[in-house]
Design a binder for this molecule. Structure first.
Ligand SMILES: Nc1nc2c(ncn2[C@@H]2O[C@H](COP(=O)(O)OP(=O)(O)OP(=O)(O)O)[C@@H](O)[C@H]2O)c(=O)[nH]1
Ligand SMILES: [Mg+2]
Length: 216
């Protein structure tokens, strides 16, 4: 799939403030600092679109980025069918925030995931370097309990050797197999080398096509 253009659209504190265009949206969630915003920049080919930081806790709002929407906008800001949103969410699990701030963000994240009807696909990002982390497994468990389908995106693949990467991915999938009959779709990515970009964009395109009734 070609991303012809990508633009920042809106930041929202609450689901009720999110756009009402009814476009399909693809959302990225995971621990603070796992690389959600960087992945959005990698996918769109615009390193400055979503704000990233070496320090965890950068993204604090629900950020919508409109993909392939600009050329088709008319004077009334109508958006052409076929455009869609990438959604950057705040990370979870950043212990240095106050309890109140953490609770607020968790509420923001969970209400987006549970209530946002436009959310077409949720990608759970995990750092490819680490053993399966309790906080991510609990989050995935919570998705299961709430019947929310998701995919896994392994991030920062460039920081590992090929063999270590492959064994970490397998170990993660084996951990998931202990609780899940079927493992979710998964992608191995690097925002540095752009690994996984085509696979992710093709996956999004296939979902967009099926929503538009274009699938065979
Ligand atoms: N080497 C490498 N570094 C990455 C990759 N993805 C992200 N990073 C780095 O990881 C740090 C965090 O990236 P962000 O994209 O801001 O992470 P985030 O998940 O959006 O973090 P929050 O908004 O705080 O939840 C930054 O220093 C990025 O440059 C990657 O694929 N490879
Ligand atoms: Mg971020």
């Amino acid at each position: 799939m070609t991303i012809r253009n990508a633009e920042y659209y809106i930041s929202s504190e609450k689901v009720a403030q999110c756009p009402s265009e009814g476009l399909p949206e693809y959302a990225f969630i995971g621990r603070s600092n796992v690389g959600k915003s960087s992945l959005i920049n990698m996918l769109t080919g615009n390193g400055k679109l979503a704000k990233t930081s070496a320090t965890p806790g950068k993204t604090m709002l629900i950020n919508h980025f409109l993909i392939n929407g600009r050329n088709e906008r008319d004077l009334h800001r109508k958006i052409q069918p076929g455009s869609w949103f990438l959604v950057d969410l705040p990370g979870y699990g950043y212990a240095k925030r106050s309890k109140k701030a953490q609770d607020n963000l968790e509420r923001m994240i969970s209400s987006y995931i549970l209530e946002r009807m436009d959310m077409t696909s949720l990608f759970v990002l995990v750092d490819a370097r680490h053993d399966p982390q309790q906080i991510d497994l609990e989050f995935i468990q919570w998705l299961g309990e709430n019947g929310i389908p998701f995919s896994i995106v392994f991030t920062k693949a460039d920081k590992l050797s090929k063999s270590k990467l492959a064994s970490n991915v397998q170990r993660y999938l084996n951990t998931l197999r202990q609780d899940w009959e079927e493992i979710p779709p998964y992608f191995v990515t690097s925002s540095e080398t752009r690994q996984g970009r085509e696979e992710l964009l093709e996956y999004i395109e296939s979902i967009n096509d099926s929503l538009a009734g274009k699938d065979k």
